[in-house]
Design a protein around this ligand. Sequence first.
Ligand SMILES: NC(=O)C1=CN([C@@H]2O[C@H](COP(=O)(O)OP(=O)(O)OC[C@H]3O[C@@H](n4cnc5c(N)ncnc54)[C@H](OP(=O)(O)O)[C@@H]3O)[C@@H](O)[C@H]2O)C=CC1
Ligand SMILES: O=C(O)CCC(=O)C(=O)O
Ligand SMILES: [Mg+2]
Length: 741
Amino acid sequence: MSDKTLPDIIYTKTDEAPQLASASLLPILQKFLGEADITIGTKDISLAGRILSQFPENLTEEQRVNDDLALLGDVVKTPDANVIKLPNVSASVPQLVAAVKELQAQGFDIPDYPEAPQTDAEKEARKRYDAIKGSAVNPVLREGNSDRRAPSSVKAYAKANPHRMGEWKSDSKTKVSTMGANDFFSNETSTTLTAEQASGSLKIEHTAEDGSVTVLKDGISMPEGTIVDATFMSAKALKDFFHAQIADTQADGTLFSLHMKATMMKVSDPIIFGHAVVAYLQPVFDKYADDFAAAGINPNGGFGTLFAAIAEMENGAEIQAEIDAVLAERPPLYMVNSDRGITNLHVPSDVIIDASMPAVIRAGGKGWGPDGQEDDTNCVIPDSSYAPVYAASVDFCKANGALDPTTAGTVQNVGLMAQKAEEYGSHPTTFEIPANGTVRVIAGNGDVLHEHSVEAGDIWRMASSRKAPIENWIQLALDRMATTGYETIFWLDRNRAHDAELLKYVEPALEAAGVADKVKIMAPKEATTRSFEVIYAGDNTIAVTGNVLRDYLTDLFPILEVGTSAKMLSVVGLMNGGGLFETGAGGSAPKHVEQLVGENHLRWDSLGEFCALGESLRALASAKANPSAKVLGDAVDAATEKVLAEGRSPQRKVGQPDNRHSHYWFARYWAEALAAQDEDATLAEKFAPLAQALADNEAAILAELSAGNGQTVDLGGYYNPSEEKAAAAMRPSATLNGLIG
Ligand SMILES: NC(=O)C1=CN([C@@H]2O[C@H](COP(=O)(O)OP(=O)(O)OC[C@H]3O[C@@H](n4cnc5c(N)ncnc54)[C@H](OP(=O)(O)O)[C@@H]3O)[C@@H](O)[C@H]2O)C=CC1
Ligand SMILES: O=C(O)CCC(=O)C(=O)O
Ligand SMILES: [Mg+2]
């Protein structure tokens, strides 16, 4: 795209803590880059922005919002792309409903989210909301594979300043429980498309026991060489599993915790979550089945929406009393917030496996119980594809104690991600099966690629991985291996259908590169144990994984090694050239917003933004032959290292330095590094006075940044905060603002 209106670097506007941090950081970036005539501008991919962009006909001219996600989806396919991507909300239904309510209250005349659409208008609204829901941004922007690792400065800092780690005891009752049969892992079949099969489009058909055929999806076109998997989870087996786990947790005397990813797996996982909600309250769901049906209750939203709906029912008090009685008999639930009584089963997006399991493991196998105390927990992870990774982690820590951050090596990741690879691209082809029968995937030439006998309620899905992304991923892994010399492991299980197809690409490529004897191929469970052995010994390894493990491991290992995944370098080399620079490997930290609003302290660490910026500037330097961009980028790295070395990162408690203070120090160290370098005399001259002024005004600036500590903050909205109010809160230093402009 040669759109002259696009800035050199696009900085995304997202949600929650990263968006608040941007209100302070972006003006600094604009000032610094502006001195080198580099433009940086925003595109809005926030949840609120994405909702508003889909209902132009409901809005006034002034209220209308451009569909920036669609625009960025095109940009990332161009060789000029240079996008800094901050984490955004991947909304569950309760979050989406809350965002819609907030926007309506702000005067935007958008429709309600229709839970059970009836009219054509409701069906149309639901279709648009379904496209916004869940992980709707990352799959669009990730037109490349993922290279995530802790920068060496971050590792060095963690070794010198270790974070707190919980103690692991060998008699810990914490464990991971998984189905192991009749789940996605065990039912999977996989095949690679031949030219003939790819010549026409694929369709997915359901044939009921009475012979009636329903086309679940057709017109799916995929190129030759695409790996196509299909599988299903048996609803009956899942229900039995949850009941068995509730009993098992009771017997163990631990907390019941459910870990999945209802955001990224936006079709399958809310259904799985709903089954857990029903199982936990089974006697109530049985007794009040007719009342619940009449009230249109959908358990997939969790206890939160269930309790709210019950409160509206005539016999609501009676039902709630029965629920309380049932819960009193159940094992205690792992809590999201014990002060407010929010359990694991309240909201499907509160406990997200990539962040939640590392937190349990870092804490020494502990979760929070309803009494506000830490306890051992049964970590229930229904599907057995990746649960063994966490089981092996727990076992390793039980046997060897907690990881010691002062001596630990590192696990880097090269992840297959491009073009909606694997399960994370499967939502349009995931179905809750309406009736007993057979599901078939039929190729353009009539070949039946997959066939499964299914029962009503089973969750069936098809996923695909294209050849070009796979080849790019293998090459990226080999490049990283050559650069680092680290032990390189492809986390692939020969006994898993999909992985066996993937290995048909991987093994010949390793042979051709002459490294087949150097690279290891290990199933996820064994690869986990091996990787722990390596980092406990102080050595380093590269985990070459599929899309889901990319996600899981780039929280797991960073959180154990360096205390957070916020400080990760997260680079997506785009397949058509250009780069997407993700900031950190974590999310949008909703708890941080609560703290800012409550006591005017933002503990968000922008180190991920700093790392992404350095990479983005160097990419710009080579793409546009702009040597000043390289000088700016190298100075960013110097400043980032100094922020770490001097302990200028945000602290957790009000009264301590926060995100705003860290931005001041970053700006100052960046200006100092630019003034001190001798590659670009013009830039050095421009930044010397700014560096001086930032130093001279240190006391005034820090005092002004801290002046509002402890007060409540009005942002004018949660999903759609007022830009003026956010700027006022995040830029409280008149002195700093005067210098930055
Ligand atoms: N790339 C993306 O776009 C991603 C988006 N998400 C979205 O983020 C939201 C929250 O997800 P969740 O699973 O809770 O994960 P988060 O990463 O937002 O939160 C987990 C915890 O990690 C810590 N943390 C994360 N980032 C930072 C940071 N920069 N500075 C300091 N601490 C940090 C915080 O812990 P502490 O309590 O120690 O402060 C936080 O409470 C969801 O809406 C989810 O969909 C999630 C992952 C990736
Ligand atoms: O897109 C999302 O919802 C989450 C992405 C994520 O967790 C990751 O890429 O690490
Ligand atoms: Mg993640």
